[in-house]
Design a protein around this ligand. Sequence first.
Ligand code: A3P
Length: 277
Amino acid sequence: HVLSYDYNGYLVPPFPNVDERLDKLPNMSIRDDDIILLSYMKSGCHWVWEISNMLRRNCTEYEKNLKDIGMLELTDQDVIDTQPSPRVLNSHMLLEHLPRELLTKKTKILFVMRNPRDIIVSSYHHIFQMQNFYKYDGNWNSYFDLYMKGQVNYGKWFDYMLEWEKVFKKYPELPVLLIKYEDIKKDPVGKIAELAEFIGVEKNEEFFKEVADKCSFNKMKMHKSRGGDSFRTPGASLYRKGVVGDWKNWFTVRQNELFEEEYKKFKEKTEMFNIFD
Ligand code: A3P
């Protein structure tokens, strides 16, 4: 299978021209009013992107170009360059790969996080369903093993988080909002209000409620699903389940033990991200 492309030691999906695009990325120009959403894959970036975009554009229409969520490693720079302001850029890359101007311009960062166990399950389905693209024939157990070895896109979640923790400590002046998938699920309107305040959007509760409703899982699934035809299971969607705790339906007892072992080591190393059970 062709799961990943190794870009200078960081595994990324084998997107067309990804090498060329990533080589140029550090020099990309950032606008003063850009914000950027950073996350490990399957943490809920489509969801938070849509919410942020509605807040910034002051309207509750979905972004029409369904593929266009400003993903820097997937979208050519000339396309990103012609997007109208205000832009919500988006990436799963590390700081070293991203535009240098993010640091000098102190671009606002939305850092989206999710329980890593649910991320493994979600990414397995993503990879498995997009068979034409990834050509991955393994089953859940073999994906889990690959994941624990870090042989998956964007590497191990643990490493990704520790890498960003280092950055946030080194550059404390960077404006960062940490957002947990589980918290938005629990209190969408409250979290949307928090996001709006961070971005600097003044709006009322009614508007936040409307954004929450438009960005609910069922509505986004209905309006934004894509790619269905090339999926392994007809009718499948990247809007899969949208719940907290689906991992319990997938992890075996042994897998849970292996995961816990790694997780324990991670918790000893992190000060910022000791936030999941
Ligand atoms: P599941 O596979 O667990 O359902 P990303 O956007 O970072 O790729 O993350 C995708 C995950 O977020 C998928 O998780 C997807 O179903 C979920 N998701 C997408 N939109 C959502 C929404 N509006 N509300 C809740 N979860 C959502």
